[in-house]
Design a protein around this ligand. Structure first.
Ligand SMILES: Nc1nc2c(ncn2[C@@H]2O[C@H](COP(=O)(O)OP(=O)(O)OP(=O)(O)O)[C@@H](O)[C@H]2O)c(=O)[nH]1
Length: 513
């Protein structure tokens, strides 16, 4: 090999190496997204998110038009149980927890479905004596006789549920009237009762979200500001994207949703040639709002089927969930919203595990002037629920809200009992809405609860409570993705009016602004 050939080869190699280096740099630049190229003036012209400005109230719908839950949410993704993404080690129906919280409080009673002759009077209503006959039980042909079936509570003004056989009769509750007068309702049914508590003024639902926006500050400072900080920090390299993923995971969005959102962000930012923090914010908002399912039907089906005054049936809502998530509080808050909307509401205190829960709901009823149908502690919750719905139909209310006892999703007997409550109610009326109340502070555990409850009672909507006390507001993304069930309401505090409709755009704005 001559010297000139050697030199030639060296030159060719050098040129090839130089081309490779240049190509590498170009590719690297393309992957990186510099957010420093726009000047300040242009940044200031960028439109920011609108804030948590949902000015409307909670929207209600009639169950009549949406009798079938699936039909009501055509746009909702279907997530069959078979497609669960994170089921390892997690309980399903049929699994028992080692030591359920409830066991010490109350044993599980094998409650028979009320048969036709008994269902009509499952809960004693002194003022409604005609509810004393019912057809035979369809689902339980060989049901043993229930000697202890609803017996009329001796107290004249207090509707009470008949205690069950193995349950000692609850002590009589002396002077607490179960039916509240409807002072605020112009179209209140003819139930002129002695007012015990003056119904209090209810804050209008319109504009409520704006007021509660600050309650999301914990999620905003970690999740929202964390993402904006990363996206606006400068070049988005692999490390940045990993941090973005970590931020999403820590906010409880879950692995699948995190991956989906990160990939979408990367592709949108690259394809739109995003070059400024404001553009990145716009893309982020869009991606997050889309991930929350803007088109999901979030109306609460609490409007009656026809005019109750002319034979129409009230809407029936069941409120379910594990212990302490905020079911009773949510039931009371929702009653306030309905009453403020001019609706006539009846509350069913089917949480018979805990006497205090019944009292708690009765207090909510008093505060808004809603009648409360209650049972003694330990009474058959299905009977109380049934009686509440019967009473609601008889008194022509617009909606019956049934508060159920907290139950661990891992406790098979309790979940079976819940399924039974729903079946019994359905003997009397269509259940329009099953609201699963989840405590947002419980993170992944809330998701497990949602899965199991959803299998047992066909959850139609989620109420995410205590969002004011958590930095993990991202659970909302995951719950909806996993179940295809929309978050309809959010609890943002313990106050009576701290319940707001869930609106994806407003929620994301509250996180990012
Ligand atoms: N910070 C905050 N607290 C809430 C919210 N919703 C409910 N709570 C509180 O959570 C606690 C439990 O609420 P309850 O309504 O009694 O819960 P529950 O699910 O009915 O409880 P059990 O009947 O025992 O299953 C109460 O102290 C409520 O004030 C909310 O949105 N934010």
């Amino acid at each position: 090999m001559t010297t000139s050939n050697l030199i030639l080869i060296i030159v060719v190699v050098a040129v090839v190496l130089a081309l490779a280096v240049v190509a590498g740099v170009v590719l690297n630049r393309r992957r990186r997204i510099s957010l420093r190229e726009k000047d300040e003036a242009e940044r200031r012209t960028q439109v920011k998110g609108g804030g948590y400005q949902a000015g409307g109230g909670i929207s209600f719908a009639s169950g009549a038009a949406t009798a079938e839950p699936e039909a009501a949410d055509p746009a909702a993704p279907v997530h069959p149980v078979d497609e669960r993404t994170e089921v390892e080690g997690q309980p399903g129906v049929g699994d028992d927890a080692a030591v359920p919280r409830d066991t010490e409080r109350r044993g599980i009673v094998d409650v028979e479905l009320p048969d036709e002759t008994a269902t009509a009077e499952p809960v004693t209503q002194p003022e409604v004596p005609e509810q004393a006959t019912a057809p035979p039980e369809a689902e339980k042909p060989a049901a043993p006789p229930e000697p202890e079936k609803p017996a009329v509570e001796p107290e004249p003004e207090k509707p009470a549920v008949e205690p069950e056989a193995e349950k000692p009769a609850a002590p009589p509750e002396p002077e607490k009237p179960a039916v509240e007068p409807e002072a605020e309702k112009p179209a209140a049914p003819p139930e002129p009762e002695t007012p015990v508590v003056e119904p209090e003024e209810i804050e209008p639902t319109a504009g409520r979200l704006e007021r509660l926006r600050g309650r999301l500050s914990r999620s905003r400072s970690t999740f929202g500001q964390g993402l904006l900080g990363l996206l606006g920090a400068g070049d988005l390299d692999e490390d940045s994207w990993e941090e973005i993923e970590d931020t999403l995971l820590m906010a409880d969005l879950g692995a699948a949703t995190t991956t989906e959102i990160t990939e979408r962000l990367r592709s949108e930012i690259a394809s739109r040639a995003v070059r400024s923090p404001e553009e990145a914010r716009t893309v982020l908002r869009e991606v997050l709002v889309d991930a929350l399912g803007q088109d999901m039907e979030r109306s609460v089906r609490a409007l009656p089927h026809g005019d109750p005054a002319n034979g129409g049936k009230p809407a029936v809502l069941l409120v379910v969930g594990v212990n302490g998530t905020g079911k009773t509080t949510t039931t009371g808050k929702l009653a306030r919203v309905l009453v403020a909307d001019g609706r006539h509401v009846l509350l069913g205190a089917a949480d018979t595990f805990r006497a205090a829960a019944v009292e708690q709901l009765a207090t909510w009823g008093e505060r808004v002037g809603a009648e409360v149908v209650r049972g003694n502690e330990g009474a058959d919750p299905a009977s109380v629920a049934f009686e509440a719905v019967s009473r609601g139909s008889d008194t022509a209310v617009d909606a019956v809200l049934v508060d159920t006892a907290g139950r661990l999703h891992t406790k098979t007997g309790l979940m079976d009992e819940l399924g039974k409550v729903k079946r019994v109610v359905e003997k009397k009326a269509q259940v329009d809405e099953v609201l699963l109340v989840l405590d947002a502070t419980t993170g992944q555990n809330g998701l497990m609860q949602a899965r199991v409850f959803s299998e047992v009672v066909d959850v139609t909507g989620i109420v995410l409570t205590k969002l004011d006390g958590t930095a993990k507001g991202g659970i909302v993304f995951q719950v909806q993705r996993e179940l295809g069930v929309p978050v309809k309401l959010v609890g943002l505090g313990e106050g009576p009016d701290d319940l707001a409709p869930f609106e994806p755009g407003a929620f994301v704005d509250a996180l990012l602004n």
